[in-house]
Design a protein around this ligand. Sequence first.
Ligand code: FNR
Length: 185
Amino acid sequence: MRVLVFSASLRKDSLNHKLAAATARMVEAAGEKAELRRMNDFDMPFYDADLYTAKGTPDGAQKLADLVTGTDGMILSSPEYNWGVPATIKNAIDWLSRMEPNPLRHRTVLLCAAAPSPVGGVRGLLHLRDSLETLSTFAYPRLLCLPRANEAFADDGSLKDAKIADEFQGIVADYLKFAAAVQSR
Ligand code: FNR
């Protein structure tokens, strides 16, 4: 399987990108191929129905849609902004939602979040899950949240806490089984 592993922050030192990179290594450890990307790889304007009518889907959104449909699963790590979904990823979802056929339909996703707070970004993921589910994306029921993420990574990008690393490896492995089952239906 090829799995798109994608972080939604634009920040160079993004904690969510570190978490995405860590989960990408977990995908590879489970014997599958990870395609690691970040939001900056998919430049797109704010959704504007007039722009869509005049010019269609922007190249960045098309590139993301092609990756979503060309892979067998998706791991998405997103920051929580003000208990909600950052504009970056919501905007990308809005562009993809206008495409026909809908590239997110019947795809699977494992949602992840990293935050310095003790809550770990879970509230943002609940909103993100709603937007994806309304587009018929199958969100894996477990959410992978990393609280106090600013202290969680070693210099080589690995998770310092072996217990957390083991737990996350288990969630990623379970998600891969779920994605494979949905893909083969
Ligand atoms: C935040 N942050 C934040 N954290 C949190 O746990 N709950 C929240 O509601 C918010 N809200 C919020 C809003 C805005 C506009 C910013 C810029 C930040 C803090 C956030 O978790 C922290 O900056 C992370 O480091 C952002 O993720 P990346 O960029 O490191 O991946």
